[in-house]
Ligand binder design. Structure first.
Ligand code: OSB
Ligand code: MG
Length: 369
């Protein structure tokens, strides 16, 4: 397979409701979509960086030149034996895994289409025909507003609720949520808002039998999490600080966590995600699929990834309509009343691109050939 052309598109898409984490509030997304072309077929990927370098160092402004000037030249017009080659071919680039991963995922989608396979089959997934899903609910303006959101999501069937926390919106709010919803599967995500000095505060969360607490400490630190974990009865789930399968091996060896969230972009694509998944499976560490407020293409890629066997916990991949008035794929991603997303059998990522709408939300386009 030879990639002849890579088209980057920058989309601007307003969110239906703002999304607030400990690091920022987002009202509108700037998303970069990758189209790789070969022999009349196109594969599609989404680069999952945010609008600012706050979740990790990548952002809309960095992924464009990295994808165009560093990733594209390493894979264009070269005979690839498999999409799995892309990870190694771009490994010379330090960091910037989302930019690398978005292109890599597009090549996987192309390969699946060439082989007439759904993407989930191409990557070795399909352990279940429907993936269990949860939702991630951002920090709200009031606890009342948070209650309303939780009610709505539970009524839609979602299997677990993740709430974002930060200093000033943590123990007290989690307590109120727990009192109001004593039975639900609940977890909290701090997005690195704390340090080891907050251990006593974090320990208070043990009272609320959370499924896990996600990334309480620094975005680039596994060692402090290893110090914190034995002080808590709640399992730590690592997100930001796991950038590779090898990081997962180290974190597991250090007992820094009980669970890992896998994000396709954060680790640089499917090949690394599958390796990370395998490392965790061998160590009996369950994983789940994280989200980055993706548009439909990234969402569909996550659905394929989450069909690997060790994705046993409900992930953050949810219906398109929670984020978008209109998505760039048809049909949009929908969730069953049981809180699952069924796999689709069409070749590639399984949904159609709405090309008219894609054009409508594209603010910049550039082709590397
Ligand atoms: O930490 O999981 C996270 C969104 C942006 C940045 C980081 C995170 C998130 C989410 C949203 O929690 C998950 C989703 O896409 O629904
Ligand atoms: Mg997280």
């Amino acid at each position: 397979m030879k990639i002849e052309r890579i088209v980057l598109r920058h989309l601007k898409m307003p969110l239906v409701h703002f999304f607030e984490t400990s690091f920022s509030r987002t009202y509108s997304r700037d998303i970069v979509i990758v189209e790789v072309q070969s022999e009349g077929l196109s594969g599609w990927g989404e680069i999952t960086a945010g609008e600012n370098p706050f979740y990790n160092e990548e952002w809309t402004g960095s992924i464009w030149p990295i994808a165009r000037d560093y990733v594209a030249p390493r894979i264009l017009n070269r005979e690839l034996t498999s999409a799995a080659d892309v990870n190694q071919l771009t490994a010379h680039i330090r960091g910037h895994k989302m930019a690398r991963g978005g292109v890599e995922a597009a090549v996987w989608d192309l390969q699946a289409r060439r082989n007439g396979n759904p993407l989930w089959k191409e990557i070795g997934g399909g352990a279940r025909t429907e993936s269990p899903c949860g939702v991630s609910i951002g920090i709200q303006d009031s606890v009342e507003q948070l209650f309303e959101k939780i009610e709505t999501e539970l009524a839609s069937g979602y299997q677990r609720i993740k709430m974002k926390i930060k200093p000033g919106w943590d123990v007290d709010v989690v307590r109120q949520v727990r009192e109001r919803f004593p039975q639900i599967r609940l977890m909290a995500d701090a997005n690195s808002a704390y340090t080891l000095a907050d251990a006593t505060r974090l320990k208070q969360l043990d009272d609320f039998y959370l499924m896990m607490i996600e990334q309480p400490l620094s975005h680039d630190d596994i060692i402090d999490h290893a110090s914190l974990q034995p002080q808590l009865s709640t399992p730590i789930c690592l997100d930001e600080c796991i950038r590779s399968a090898h990081h997962a091996e180290q974190a597991i060896q250090m007992k820094a966590c009980g669970i890992i969230n896998i994000k396709l972009g954060r680790v640089g694509g499917f090949t690394e995600s599958i390796q990370l998944h395998d490392v965790c499976q061998a160590a009996n560490i369950p994983v789940w699929c994280g989200g980055m407020l993706e548009a439909g293409i990234g969402r569909a890629h996550n659905i394929a990834l989450a069909s690997l066997p060790n994705f046993t916990l409900p992930g953050d991949v949810s219906a398109s309509k929670r984020y978008w008035k209109q998505d760039i794929i048809v049909p949009p991603v929908e969730v069953t009343p049981n809180g699952t997303i069924p796999l689709r059998n069409e070749p590639g990522f399984g949904y159609e691109i709405d090309h008219d709408f894609l054009r409508h939300v594209t603010v910049r386009e550039e082709t590397a050939a």
